[in-house]
Design a protein around this ligand. Structure first.
Ligand code: ADP
Length: 675
């Protein structure tokens, strides 16, 4: 039998790691090299408690298990048990199949524990790797399955999405169609809008107002119509330029600053009758306008544009200024000529008189006379005639030019005034005015009166000797009757003609001076006008020598009138007809009855009268100036007197004539004239 020593030696050579422990503290009694190599220790561990020899086993189950085996005597084993051991200084996990065998004595007490162990780390590791790979594979498989599931789901979703897309596609196609339709409508309305914009532009372009739109603070001319370009004297090329470059002459004038202010404040600016200097056709020109600078705001509320709308009123303003100048000139002229001005509103006969007018008629300059006051101031003898002349001017548009004395009452000087007026040509009769001037003609009138007195006196004085001469000639003619000295007879005849002419002339002067001094009065008698005409023809036949008289009259033409004065009118017309027509021509004399009047006319075949002379023919001292009448004697008082006499008879006198065609003078008087 082998002793223990020997056995142990044998065991020491065994590949299987073996160790023997005793006691409750697991004292290492013995261990072969293989076991010591497992522990990573050296032989020094023999004799040491396990806990001390392999300290890293603390906290692991092995020492506890050994103690249990020692105490219980029951063998314990394990396979692939993991133990943490420090080998070569590195703590690692090793796997062992092991057995703790309790060696019992006969009493069943434990003598020692035999520990055998195989290192199965490699095997475990390999298996673990295989297991790991298997696990990985099954994981992968699971993942693949998962992924497959997901893919399927995604597929489903994709299918759904596809379906949805297909639906959306048709919807999109519908929407597209609608959009095309909308686009068409939009295009149409765009075209309409463009058209209406074009219309507005067209209207603006041709508008009589000057219109322009400026953009931004630089006032870039965005649009400018014809009227504004004409006012600026520029062409469409200025569009797109800032205003200060488009119309450079505006620099230094207030407009650019005003525009800037409008841009800043956003408040519109109104200009009234504003003067601008602009260069039109190369000439610096004054342009007047009423205008507005109207600001416009964009979506953000900021001023972005300013619109200019202007009414160019240059012509009106210049015309008004010219009128004001003309009025000023007229005022100066009327003042210088000491003329008073007045007008009468024809609707209500309201008189408006200048201060000078009032002082001329002898009133306080501050008193405004009513029309009735003015008429009351007129001298009694002239009152009716003046008011009827004014009536005629108001109602028949007759020219008013009359002279009369006025008296402002006791203690004031009598004055002579000349009142001239004309009805203005307004169509609306309610607002018509008879307007004119008044002139103090007292001095001239007094001169005339003095002159008339003188002429009257001289004529009167001349008449007496002339009457004597006439009587002497008549005596001589009577004495010569039966005497056949032809020379003496003809001399006496010629003397008689000259005396008649002179008598007529002196009578004319006398009558005129009487007329002017208001001393002419009508002596109305009843007589036959036909007879009177015939008598006058006979009386004047001597002066009418050489002319044939063609006289036709109603048999009887009884009238109530001043026989002598009507006779002098007929005589005057006859001698004029003879004076202003060639010898041998015929003078036609007619008289006849019209409804309420008797008319006498004298027609000659003489030199005739130009139109512009016709109107003045009946004025005092008016003589037509031409070669033919230069050689014919006269003073221009015959027709004046005739017209006055007919006027006093409430009749009318007129003339028709053409130069070279002869003239026809005619007068008519009422059948019954009152004195
Ligand atoms: P006068 O003494 O100069 O003839 P009147 O008053 O009789 O003055 O006439 C005024 C003017 O009218 C005349 O100077 C004459 O030129 C013109 N006149 C008058 N009668 C005639 C006539 N029958 N034909 C042409 N001219 C006339």
């Amino acid at each position: 039998m082998l002793n223990t020593e020997r056995l142990l030696e044998i065991l020491a050579f065994s590949d299987q790691a073996t160790a023997i422990y005793t006691g409750e503290n697991v004292i290492i009694e013995w261990a072969n090299d293989a076991m010591i190599a497992f522990w990573g220790k050296d032989r020094g561990v023999i004799g040491q408690p396990m806990e001390q020899a392999v300290p890293e086993l603390r906290g692991q189950p092995f020492i506890g298990m050994l103690r249990d085996v020692w105490l219980s005597g029951k063998t314990c084993s394990g396979t692939e048990a993991a133990a943490q051991l420090r080998v070569n200084g590195v703590l690692r996990t090793f796997y062992y199949d092991f057995e703790y065998r309790a060696m019992l004595d006969d009493n069943g007490s434990t003598i020692c524990i035999l520990h055998t162990a195989d290192d199965v780390t490699e095997r475990v590791m390999n298996r673990k790797i295989i297991e790991e790979a298997g696990r990985r594979e099954s994981d992968l498989r699971m993942q693949v399955t998962e992924i497959n599931k997901e893919l399927e789901q995604t597929n489903n979703e994709l299918r759904n999405a596809n379906h949805f897309l297909a639906l959306s596609n048709t919807e999109l196609a519908d929407i597209n169609r609608e959009m095309v339709d909308t686009q068409l409508v939009l295009n149409r309305s765009l075209i309409e809008q463009a058209k209406s914009e074009a219309r507005i532009r067209f209207m603006l372009a041709d508008a009589p107002m000057a219109i322009s739109i400026f953009a931004g603070r630089d006032m870039v001319v965005e649009t400018a119509n014809k009227a504004v370009l004409a006012a600026w004297g520029k062409t469409g090329k200025v569009v797109g330029l800032p205003l200060r470059e488009a119309v450079p002459e505006l620099v230094g004038q207030p407009f650019l600053d005003i525009l800037d202010q409008v841009f800043t404040t956003g408040k519109p600016y109104y200009g009234n009758e504003v003067r601008a200097e602009l260069i039109q056709d190369g000439v610096r020109t004054e342009v007047y306008s009423n205008f507005v600078y109207q600001p416009f705001r964009d979506e953000t509320g900021e001023v972005s544009h300013i619109m200019l709308i202007a009414n160019i009123i240059t012509d009106e303003v210049l015309a008004r200024k010219q009128l004001e100048r003309a009025e000023e000139d007229l005022r100066m002229a009327t003042n210088a000529a000491e003329l008073g001005t007045w007008y009468l509103e024809t609707g209500n006969f309201h008189l408006v008189a200048s201060p000078r007018f009032r002082s001329i008629i002898g009133l306080d300059e501050h008193t405004s006379p009513a029309y009735e006051d003015l008429i009351q101031l007129v001298h009694d003898d002239y009152r009716d005639i003046v008011s009827s002349q004014i009536d005629a001017a108001v109602h028949m548009q007759a020219a008013l030019d009359t002279e009369f004395p006025v008296s402002a009452g006791e203690g004031t000087r009598n004055r002579w005034v000349r009142l001239v007026g004309k009805l203005d040509a307004l169509n609306d009769t309610r607002y018509r005015r008879l307007s004119g001037i008044i002139h103090d003609v007292t001095e001239r009138k007094l001169d005339e009166l003095r002159k008339n007195d003188f002429i009257g006196m001289v004529s009167h004085e001349l008449k007496t000797p002339l009457t004597s001469i006439k009587a002497y000639v008549q005596v001589l003619q009577n004495k010569m009757r039966g005497n056949d000295d032809p020379l003496l007879t003809s001399i006496l005849e010629k003397a008689d003609i000259q005396i008649r002419k002179m008598t007529a002339m002196i009578n004319g002067f006398l009558n005129m001076s009487r007329l002017e001094s208001g001393k002419i009065h009508l002596h109305v008698t009843r007589f036959d006008l036909s007879q009177l005409v015939s008598d006058v023809i006979d009386e004047t036949r001597v002066v009418l020598s050489g002319h044939a008289i063609d006289f036709r009259c109603d048999d009887e033409l009884p009238v109530n009138a001043d026989r002598e004065k009507i006779g002098s009118v007929i005589s005057n017309l006859l001698s004029n007809a003879a004076k202003y027509s060639g010898n041998e021509t015929t003078i036609e004399v007619r008289c006849h009855l019209t409804e309420h009047e008797a008319e006498v006319s004298v027609r000659d075949q003489g030199i005739g009268i130009r139109k512009h002379d016709l109107e003045k023919l009946f004025d005092r001292y008016y003589r037509v100036e031409n070669k033919a009448s230069d050689t014919i004697s006269g003073f221009g008082i015959g027709l004046y007197l005739s017209a006055e006499i007919i006027r006093r008879h409430n009749g009318a006198i007129h003339v028709e004539s053409e130069p070279g065609q002869g003239s026809r003078f005619a007068f008519s008087i009422p059948l019954n004239v009152k004195e």
